[in-house]
Write a protein of this length. Structure first.
Length: 118
């Protein structure tokens, strides 16, 4: 599976961004997806995850109520709508995928930078 992330940029605190991840190479409907992020000098963390058919989602406590993950199995895309952005959201964001039943994310996009200024 090849994943291509896009949509990062620079915004002021309180602003919004929408990240996209386009997949190719395997049946997207059989892949669970997630967004991770990694800030400088910090460990990578899971931001949001969505089941293969989009029926189940979960979020890191730090983004609940502000971020929304979605998955379009017809267009082979996943999105992360990020609202009320904070400087602490500044990081490189990665999309990742794993096959249904697997516990490991085997496929990763190249990362897209999100910078939130105060």
């Amino acid at each position: 599976v090849q994943l291509q992330a896009s949509g990062g940029g620079s915004v002021q605190a309180g602003g919004s961004l929408r990240l996209s991840c386009t997949a190719s190479g395997r049946a997207f409907s059989r892949i669970s997806m997630a967004w991770f992020r990694q800030a400088p000098a910090k460990e990578r963390e899971l931001v949001a995850a969505i089941s293969s058919r989009g029926g189940a989602t979960n979020y890191a406590d730090s983004v609940k109520g502000r971020f929304t993950i979605s998955k379009d199995n017809i267009r082979n895309t996943m999105h992360l709508q990020m609202n009320s952005l904070k400087p602490d959201d500044t990081a490189v964001y990665y999309c990742a995928g794993r096959e249904v039943g697997s516990t490991r994310y085997d496929w990763w996009g190249q990362g897209t930078q999100v910078t939130v200024s105060s």
